[in-house]
Design a protein around this ligand. Structure first.
Ligand SMILES: [Zn+2]
Ligand SMILES: [Zn+2]
Length: 274
């Protein structure tokens, strides 16, 4: 059966209890990683993977909380001895972002190569995606669909199907009709719930008041009072909430989701299998 493990259920604010966004899908040893948030390498080790075998990566969008440890994955895999190209799928702009990352790592790569014998540089194979079928491997079909995270465009969610099970990972989005379509009847909907009422504010942070900040940021994320409706409209068989703020209360999130959605609801925790 297609398995899904939440590696990181956090959001941008550092949170000792939650690593940055990352979800691992697997079917009989074939692995697919969605996003590479802070701490993803440690979490992969926690679920039994080793750097040499880091999985292929699917990037939902290029907000730094979803990509900040892509460089860590790339370099530790190479240091571990892996020469096969790391495969990365992501939105338009992924190729340029990866080129910048390799540029940033170039000094480290060369200083390490000088210590090695006949070692090639790390290679990355980037595929910039559009909506629709993205790839198929080991009996798993991966599709990408557009979500609404403006001004971040394009931003994607992913649908995985294999071994008689389907899982959708929303990426970052406000409630989105296109996601409802692509998630229709899904066995497990892993959906963001970034509760902006729990955000912090400081003078000079870019908003005049905390109310302004909450309003602007809530407009591109899904709030606790909205997520149950998304799951209901999608006829999802189960809902899992992720991309959580440090101040969010799991019991309150669950209660909010249940107001609209009658199916099983889980508030994600790091390393939880869903
Ligand atoms: Zn985002
Ligand atoms: Zn995010």
């Amino acid at each position: 059966m297609l398995r899904a493990i939440l590696l990181g259920t956090g959001s941008p604010p550092p949170n000792p209890r939650r690593r940055g966004p990352a979800t691992l899908l697997s079917l009989e040893g074939e692995c697919f990683l969605v996003d590479a948030g802070s701490g993803v390498g440690v979490q992969l080790v926690q679920v039994g993977m080793r750097p040499y075998d880091w999985p292929r990566v699917f990037i939902t969008h290029h907000h730094s909380d979803h990509t900040i440890d892509l460089g860590h994955l790339l370099i530790t895999r190479w240091i571990g001895g892996q020469n096969a190209p790391l495969e990365i799928w992501g939105p338009a702009g992924t190729r340029a972002q990866v080129a910048r990352l390799l540029d940033y790592l170039a000094w480290d790569i060369e200083v390490r190569r000088a210590h090695m014998h006949d070692r090639t540089r790390p290679e990355v194979r980037v595929t910039e995606i559009e909506e629709g079928s993205v790839t198929e491997a080991g009996g798993v079909r991966v599709s990408a669909f557009l979500v609404e995270h403006d001004p971040v465009k394009p931003a994607y969610g992913f649908r995985f199907e294999g071994g008689g099970r389907s899982v959708v990972v929303s990426g970052d989005t406000r409630p989105c009709e296109n996601l409802v379509r692509w998630a229709h009847g899904v066995d497990c909907l892993v959906h963001e719930c970034c509760e902006m009422a729990k955000t912090s504010w400081a003078p000079g942070c870019g908003w005049a008041t905390i109310e302004d900040k909450i309003r602007d940021l809530a407009a591109y994320h899904t709030q606790p009072d909205q997520i149950g409706l998304v799951a209901k409209e999608a006829h999802a068989k189960a809902l899992v909430m992720t991309h959580l703020m440090p101040g969010s209360d799991p019991e309150a999130l669950r209660a909010a989701a249940r107001k609209h959605y009658a199916g099983p609801v889980a508030v994600g925790e790091d390393l939880m299998e869903v």
